[in-house]
Write a protein that binds this ligand. Sequence first.
Ligand SMILES: [Zn+2]
Length: 228
Amino acid sequence: MTKTAVCVCSGGIDSTVAAAIASQESYELHFFHASYGQRAEAREKDAVEAIAAYLGVNNLKYVELPFFKELGGSSLTDNNRKVPVGAEVNLDAEKVTPSTWVPCRNLVLLAHASAYAEVISAEALFVGFNAEEAQSYPDNEKEFVERYNAVLKKAVASYSVAPTVKAPLVDLFKPAIIRKGIEVKAPLQLTYSCYLGEEKHCGICESCLHRRRGFEEASVDDPTVYKL
Ligand SMILES: [Zn+2]
């Protein structure tokens, strides 16, 4: 019997490696991508489509969440705020929330993806949550996944079987994620990580710096073209 998984995909490395793991585990994949007014929206969508094509995924579900941009409060969605770059970024600051935090984003995205999963009777929801992101963002921690899964059991109809959120990278930092990506043949060359959303990766925002350092520390050739 076919196993079905919804993969929450941003177009970045983490969610792409999680999707490639799901693919290797023989799930039929449905990609789920959210546009919430993030600066990189157009580039992320292009990346998600390219990654879907590479992995042979025919099912793509998009959700528009303009509410986040209306809310503001994040340099990722508010163009009047500056995204920290270069020396303004502290890659290893623990429990320090950068201005790029989007309020309750993973909770809201997972809620939408869960509704989709219930409708298509998916067994699993794959996400790219990981230990490196969890240093700054508590909604990447294992505890968040466990508690969300407990809530989800009570969030679906009595005739539905609640899907399970799977976060296969939850204990991994970027170099290990990149090595895992190569092992599972994830198309890292098609991923897009930059917060700024320009054609090339800027090379100096927090996300680009994590990406760069990850490839360096993994001793893997970085296919990314950086502007700086
Ligand atoms: Zn960048």
